[in-house]
Design a binder for this molecule. Structure first.
Ligand SMILES: [Zn+2]
Ligand SMILES: [Zn+2]
Length: 806
């Protein structure tokens, strides 16, 4: 008997049990080619070999552990009824630590059963102590709802689990506060509802034994920094009522999860990272779509704004969407159950539609076995799709990221990943959907035409040899800290004892709130002075969100964060929402709303801005001869001044239209480097080429930063100039696109030589002549990618790297 057989014997799959180990919908046995055979057939399709690397990820046997002795018999029986016969070792280890009162984060792969790790100690405690309570936090309502079903299905006496979120009817809220002992909610509700109403929650908080933070890796950047303080406010209220709950966190595999969880909670956290669940082997191929002949205009199926793909003006490779659609059609034709991940909803629909079309061309009717999954489906519709895929009625599904699926859909025979999902952590999460116990599966990463994807398919060691990224957040960001302290002061006056809780910068932030008249200092502490609570949106970045309203019906389509609104919602902008195209009639910044009407023009729109940057202060720097590397605060002033209309099919520019929008200011954190003009001249960069050299280096550096930190290029801005008024030298700035910074620029500064080395290599190794989207062109350039000098960018980076200490 092999260990894999053993593992499957221990667990009976229950398709209806979500988000617990046995919940994972495991596809039934099916014939079909081996991954190696399948890959051979796929790569033999066209001219040339698109595969740049094949990695074999070996199968892993599961390591079961006995139930902890403290787990009550009725709880074990309840899990057994749901198909869980015994925990895996990592589940037992985390559960034991939590039960002993240690804060713990379990950071293991997709479908490794992280839920059991917190359900076990939490539910055992609820059964042992009829007064104890548990608070569970998920980043989305859908995930909380799935967890609710999983806990409710255990049918444990007296637990009374309930979701408490924005959708909970008022009439039920009081009952939940008084009677539920397992409340599932999200950080926004904790911030807006529970903490401000702490008096009503005192009974619950007083008895709080565990706080569970699921998918905690999603709390990153500015949002993560806000959540960190919401959790400190929760701890503060619990302490007032005499409770010191144990925190149990679940994370996708991530770099240094103990540190990230410690920053998030402000507590010492022990990490459990050794995944002991069984996994089938995976053949992982890196796939680079072929370069198209120079004169073949490649029609891109959807506008760039919809897909997150860059503009098609300079497109020289076959689009990753087309390539993925073909691969999906081919695997489905082979009878292989396949899930394709595409970054945008529209992109997922395009991939499914194209695959369906090719299949129907081959065998009429075969196209029906492919579907698209997008967010916004009802739970029943999602379940139906998942069921169809499980039973093989459906063979191919194109979907956006996994969180939206709402269940752990694993055990697929092939996973196609259209474009690098931004982090190694999410790459492994998506690839983790492939493979079931005892059977091999195929995963394919299809590179998009951009610097990071191109770099990765040519540097497999950056994927397979590197640890996954650390989750970056910065609770000391004054733009987060001050409003959070204001919220805390409303909940209860701040005292000197709170300074340590809120951490670095808390005293300064309080002093500023006092100076601004928001807080009043009294002998007993700092008091909130106003009648109204401060308005603080955890997810709001760069100003109040702008509502998108359909003029004809008054229907609210959605919101766009203030920072992006000038780019996406200027008058005349083509705005895509859930696959439907709208054109903006009016952007009313005073009212924070944009009026739109449905229209599907055959052009897309691309806003351009002008940016100015001044240095406020230097936090840290490295003096390296002709090169200087700096971290500091900057003021960025930008104005969206015009937009281009481009033909979707060809990328041809129709016209450029002026816009009249106000300038915007951003105080944030930047990393920048300077070079002496002499060192550039000595490296062979002509004075006239310096702007293009710096600009190209800046673009590529922004494109490669996600290699170092969990951000994407849309979180970051850049500016380069042959002489900057503050540095008086040729300078490249890269800054956090969020007020007060989000930790990305700081991370770039700390890893500068590795970051710029990868940037240099990405440019140098790109096969193009003069620069392309795979190296130095940027999809969000405010200057229309002009000027750019690829060879000189390499010289610039060589000078920096030659002087900068490792
Ligand atoms: Zn290139
Ligand atoms: Zn640019």
């Amino acid at each position: 008997m092999t260990t894999n057989d053993f593992s499957s014997a221990r667990r009976t799959p229950h398709p209806d049990l979500e988000s617990t180990p046995a919940a994972t919908v495991s596809a039934g046995p099916g014939p079909g080619p081996s991954p190696a055979d399948l890959l051979r057939r796929l790569r033999a399709r066209g001219a040339g070999d698109p595969v740049t690397h094949v990695e074999r990820v070996p199968a892993r046997a599961g390591v079961p552990a006995p139930w902890p002795s403290w787990a009550p018999v009725e709880l074990r029986a309840a899990f057994a009824r749901r198909g869980v016969v015994a925990p895996w070792q990592h589940q037992a280890e985390a559960a034991n630590l939590a039960y002993e009162g240690e804060h713990v984060v379990v950071a293991t792969g997709t479908a490794s059963g992280k839920s059991l790790a917190y359900q076990l100690p939490a539910l055992a405690t609820l059964l042992a102590d009829p007064r104890a309570t548990v608070l569970y936090l998920a980043p989305t309502k859908a995930l909380a709802a799935d967890q609710l079903r999983a806990v409710a299905a255990l049918e444990l006496e007296g637990v009374r689990p309930a979701c408490y979120d924005g959708d909970t009817p008022r009439t039920e809220r009081e009952w939940i506060r008084r009677h539920s002992r397992f409340v599932l909610t999200n950080p926004d509700m904790l911030h807006h509802g529970i903490l401000p109403g702490h008096a009503q929650w005192s009974g619950f908080l007083r008895r709080l034994a565990y706080v569970v933070i699921d998918e905690c890796h999603t709390y990153r950047g500015v949002f993560g920094s806000h959540v960190a303080h919401v959790l400190r406010r929760l701890r503060r209220q619990c302490a007032r009522f005499g409770a010191t709950p144990v925190f149990v966190l679940a994370s996708a595999t991530s770099g240094d999860p103990a540190t990230a969880a410690g920053r998030l909670t402000g507590l010492p956290v022990t990490a459990v990272t050794e995944d002991a669940s069984p996994r089938g082997g995976v053949t992982f191929a890196l796939w680079e779509p072929p370069l198209l002949p120079p004169d073949s205009g490649s029609p891109t199926p959807v506008p760039p704004q919809a897909t997150g793909d860059h503009d098609d003006l300079h497109q020289v490779r076959r689009s990753a969407l087309r390539e993925t659609a073909d691969l999906l059609a081919d695997t489905v034709a082979e009878g292989v159950r396949t899930l394709a991940f595409v970054r945008s909803r529209k992109g997922a629909e395009v991939v499914a539609a194209n695959a369906r079309r090719s299949l129907d061309d081959a065998v009429p009717g075969l196209g029906d076995r492919v579907a698209a999954y997008r967010g916004g489906y009802l739970r029943e519709e999602r379940r139906e799709l998942e069921r169809a895929l499980l039973h093989g009625d459906l063979l191919g599904l194109a979907s956006t990221n996994a969180l939206e699926l709402g269940v752990d859909l694993v055990g697929l025979d092939a996973v196609l990943i259209c474009g690098y999902p931004g982090t190694r952590a999410s790459l492994w999460q998506q690839a983790g959907r492939a493979g079931r116990s005892g059977q091999e599966a195929l995963a394919v990463l299809v590179a998009r035409d951009d610097p990071l994807d191109t770099y990765l398919v040519h540097h497999p060691e950056a994927i397979f040899g590197a640890p996954v990224e650390a989750t970056v957040l910065d609770p000391a960001n004054p733009y987060v800290l001050a409003p959070q302290l204001a919220c805390a002061a409303v909940e209860a006056p701040l005292t000197p004892a709170d300074l340590a809780l809120f951490g670095d910068g808390a005293k300064e932030a309080i002093d500023e709130l006092v100076a601004a008249g928001a807080l009043r200092q009294r002998p007993t502490g700092w008091y909130w002075r106003h009648r109204e609570r401060p308005e603080v949106d955890l997810r709001g970045e760069g100003g109040a969100p702008v509502a998108v309203v359909e003029s004809a019906t008054g229907r609210l389509l959605g919101t766009v964060d203030g920072g992006s609104s000038h780019f996406l919602l200027h008058p005349g902008a083509v705005y895509l929402h859930q696959g439907v195209s709208y054109v903006v009639d009016d952007l009313d910044l005073a009212d924070g709303c944009a009026l739109v009407h449905t229209e599907e023009p055959d052009w897309s729109t691309h806003a351009r801005d002008v940016t100015d940057l001044s240095v406020v202060s230097v936090r840290s720097y490295v003096d390296a001869g002709p090169v200087g590397m700096f971290l500091g605060e900057v003021d960025v002033t930008s104005q969206v001044v015009s937009y281009q209309r481009r033909r979707i099919a060809t990328g041809e520019v129709i016209d450029t239209r002026p816009l009249d929008l106000p300038t915007r200011e951003l105080r944030t954190v930047a990393v920048w480097f300077t070079l002496s003009p002499q060192s550039l001249a000595a490296a062979g960069v002509q004075a006239a080429d310096v702007p293009g050299a710096l600009h190209a280096a800046e673009h590529a550096a922004i494109g490669l930063l996600p290699l170092m930190a969990t951000c994407d290029r849309w979180d970051i801005g850049g500016l380069s100039t042959a002489v900057h008024q503050d540095t008086e030298a040729p300078t490249v700035f890269v800054y956090d696109g969020h007020p007060g910074g989000a930790g990305f620029a700081e991370r770039a500064y700390r890893t500068a030589s590795a970051w710029l080395r990868a940037t240099r290599d990405a440019i140098a190794e790109c096969g193009c002549e003069t620069g392309c989207p795979s190296c130095v062109q940027s999809p969000k350039c405010g200057n229309g990618n002009n000027p750019l000098s690829k060879p000189d960018a390499i010289r610039v980076l060589d000078v920096v790297l030659a002087n900068l200490p490792e």
